[in-house]
Design a protein around this ligand. Structure first.
Ligand SMILES: *Cc1c(COP(=O)(O)O)cnc(C)c1O
Length: 459
């Protein structure tokens, strides 16, 4: 098929969908640092982790050596309801930008939850169900993860408790109703339903909450209720593993048409979509088989890779979760309230942190008004209303395409279009009303939140 004209959309056949997840850790010469017990600072054992996560997921979390892990048939059946997702050639965007670059995006917004998060939600819910658990707890910020997990739990007939960052709970009532429609119970966080929530409320009355705080509450509920486990929608090794379906499908579709990307771009919050998209390509790079330019894009208002520190930190504000070695802004970092574009987690996936630290990936930060400008430009040309998170990747893909116009280089640019922005219209409204502003934390702001890093001898 190599000389065939590339269609606008490349869809795979069902039988071309991945049968195995790809674990990039297997090909990493230096493995991501292990999670540590927050009390003893010793690596978390499987047994300790099983108090919080279900057994199969603990196995995946700790497995740094198995390259391919079979996707159970039940999960593959669920995937077939909304996958394979299309790999789109952005012909119209190329034309409008008058660039010689070839732009492709992998579109993950074609499901009701509106993002890639469903890929890991169904896997995590499936393994928990298989273990005979009754229900799951989780946190959600903007609401995409909570929605995805609600869909997965509804499908598998499991109970779900979602702690939703209070600011989002109030700003996004429709997101909340989607979750409730799929049967989840949704509590604004911090709440008085947990000890850690009450502690945070006492210390910061009137707080609009944060992801780190909602995580603490969800974990507390899970460990204090029989038959419940906690699940997380990003950051963890297991989540990147599940999201490898994005990259595997992309690679199969590109190979089919003989397309080789030069630049691979993704937005980075906790790192799961980017980690999943780049996984098979990074694997090739690590094995010395290919050479790609990987770019992680993060908000200038929450710049964990570009301005954070690579150190052990708490994953949550309540400091009850395991410690992870990652690029972090400090577990009590809360982005400025005017930040509307998602990607607000203080840390970054340990896998991506290690790859970035080794110089295998570039990171860029972009300001939110520029992101929404790119989002609107893209929506008007390619038709899709992108999620603000995804639009970070759009912005940098457009920047790179414009560079190609200047240099005349015909680079092939691939980016992850992680989701749609239908629930982000308050943010779009701010942009359209010109009330959106940019806020970049000062060095002093960051120094203050980094002061709370735990003192871990091992790292
Ligand atoms: C959650 C989310 C992200 C960021 O999460 P990662 O784990 O960094 O991928 C990006 N885009 C969308 C649409 C999301 O919902």
């Amino acid at each position: 098929m190599k000389n065939e004209k590339i269609p606008y959309k490349i869809y795979l056949e069902e039988n071309e969908m991945p049968t195995h997840y790809y674990n990039v850790r297997a090909d990493m010469p230096t493995k991501p640092a292990p999670l540590l017990n927050p009390a003893t600072h010793q690596p978390m054992t499987a047994e300790e982790l099983e108090g919080v996560f279900c057994t199969e997921l603990v196995k995946q979390e700790l497995d740094n050596t198995t390259a391919f892990i079979a996707i159970p048939d039940e999960i593959r059946s669920f995937y077939k309801m909304y996958r394979p997702s299309p790999l789109v050639r952005a012909y119209e965007l190329e034309r409008k930008l008058q660039t010689p670059a070839k732009i492709y995006y992998k579109f993950e917004g074609n499901n009701t939850s509106g993002s890639h998060k469903l890929n890991s939600a169904i896997a995590q819910a499936y393994y928990a169900k298989k273990q005979g658990l009754k229900g799951l707890t989780t946190e959600t910020g903007a609401g995409q993860w909570g929605t995805a997990l609600s869909m997965a739990c509804a499908y598998l007939d499991m109970d779900l408790k979602v702690y939703m960052v209070k600011g989002s709970y109030e700003q996004k009532p429709f997101r909340r109703e989607v979750m409730r429609t799929y049967g989840a119970s949704v509590t604004p966080s911090p709440s008085d339903t947990t000890e850690v929530g009450r502690r945070i409320l006492a210390a910061h009355p009137g707080t609009t909450g944060s992801l780190g705080c909602a995580i603490s509450e969800a974990v507390e509920y899970a460990v204090s209720h029989e038959g419940y486990r906690y699940v997380l929608g990003s950051v963890l090794n297991q989540v990147l593993l599940h999201q490898s379906v994005i990259g595997l499908e992309t690679k199969t579709a590109m190979d089919k048409y003989g397309i080789v990307p030069d630049i691979i771009i993704g937005c980075a919050g906790g790192g799961s979509n980017l980690g999943g998209l780049i996984a098979p390509f990074m694997g090739q790079q690590l094995r010395g088989e290919a050479n790609y330019h990987f770019i992680a894009v993060e908000p200038a208002s929450c710049p964990s890779l570009t301005r954070g520190k690579y150190a052990y930190d708490f994953c949550d504000t309540g400091m009850i979760c395991p410690l992870a070695k990652m690029y972090t802004l400090g577990s009590n970092f809360i982005p400025s309230p005017n930040h509307a574009g998602g990607l607000r987690y203080h840390g970054m996936s340990p896998v991506l942190s290690e790859l970035y630290d080794e110089g295998l990936m570039e990171a860029r930060s972009v300001e939110q008004t520029a992101v929404f400008e790119a989002a609107e430009y893209f929506a008007r040309i390619e038709g899709i209303l992108p999620a603000p998170e995804s639009s970070h990747a759009i912005k940098v893909a457009m920047d790179e395409a414009i560079k190609c116009k200047q240099t005349g280089e015909e680079k092939t640019i691939l980016f992850g279009l992680t989701g749609t922005g239908y629930f982000d219209l308050v943010a779009y409204q701010q942009y359209n009303d010109h009330t959106m502003t940019d806020y970049i934390p000062t060095d002093e702001d960051l120094a203050r939140s980094l002061e709370t890093l735990p003192n871990v001898k091992l790292c």
